[in-house]
Design a protein. Structure first.
Length: 283
């Protein structure tokens, strides 16, 4: 892959306060995105006005409110690049994020996606204060992925309000997605009073739904194995994989378990385990 093009997708819902900073962090990348698509998910504030200030450097798209998964899928449909990156409208990329991740993809032909560390910062007190130590970021906003690999896993779910990336990543690992974790901070993740997990705290049951779906898929794969059939997706079952479900919502706010980034609900060998540090065991 030589000088791959990148599409950055920024889903935004009522983010007039933070969107400009997010766009600026994408425009400031050393490896400049080929296109930046802002998908306005039915905002009722001045999100559109903020986004349009950056045209023609960005492409603005409006859709009726469908949730963050739907907005990301809309961006995917419009994307024309070799690689896909996502950035939530209230978060910030580090300047060399894409440059570092592209280098990994170029150096390792087996790598399909690269994530990185995340540093949370808290603005609830009125000033930006780093919250805790950098953590492994299994988040859409840290990921750079080959377009073909994303398509192999499939789109984000649109029937849940929380955990759509957790669901997508679990499906990816089930299909043999080869991802790497860059050992440096690539994302500054903002904690504030209107994080998506705060807005949708009544939807925390979505985590139980996606956990059940993951267990059901694993049981189905095991049945195929026991009956001598080929596993769906062309691979073999992965009994040693720990599938990680973040309990922090989608923006680093306290999640349904009351934890912060670094707390997770894992499934190991088909059995739920107690919350632990965000991690993924070797395949």
């Amino acid at each position: 892959m030589n000088q791959p093009s990148i599409t950055t997708i920024i889903p935004a819902y009522n983010c007039e306060r933070y969107l400009a900073e997010a766009i600026e962090s994408a425009l400031a990348q050393r490896h400049h995105p080929h296109e930046i698509i802002v998908v306005d998910d039915g905002s009722t504030d001045d999100t559109a006005k903020v986004a349009r200030r950056f045209e023609p450097a960005i492409q603005y798209c409006f859709q009726a409110n469908g949730g963050i998964g739907s907005a990301r899928n809309c961006g995917i449909d419009l994307a024309r690049s070799d690689l896909i990156a996502f950035l939530d409208a209230d978060d910030l990329w580090m300047e060399r994020k894409l440059e570092r991740q592209v280098r990994i993809l170029l150096d390792d032909p087996m790598a399909e996606a690269v994530l990185g560390l995340v540093q949370q910062f808290d603005e609830t007190s009125g000033s930006a204060i780093d919250a805790g130590e950098p953590m492994a970021g299994y988040l859409a906003s840290t990921m750079l992925i080959k377009r073909a690999s994303f398509d192999r896993v499939g789109p984000f779910r649109t029937d849940i309000k929380l955990g759509e990336f957790v669901d997508w990543y679990m499906r990816g690992k089930e299909k043999g997605l080869h991802s790497q974790m860059l050992a440096e901070v690539v994302l500054r993740r903002r904690i504030h009073g209107d994080n998506i997990g705060v807005r949708h705290r009544d939807s925390t049951g979505d985590y139980a739904r996606l956990l059940k779906d993951a267990l059901d898929r694993r049981r189905a794969r095991n049945r195929f194995q026991h009956t001598g059939r080929r596993v769906a997706g062309g691979g073999q079952p992965d009994p040693g994989v720990a599938l990680v479900m973040s309990d922090t919502g989608e923006r680093g706010e306290p999640g349904p378990g009351g934890g912060q980034v670094g707390r997770s609900l894992s499934v190991v060998d088909g059995q739920p385990k107690r919350p632990a540090t965000v991690s993924e065991s070797a395949r």
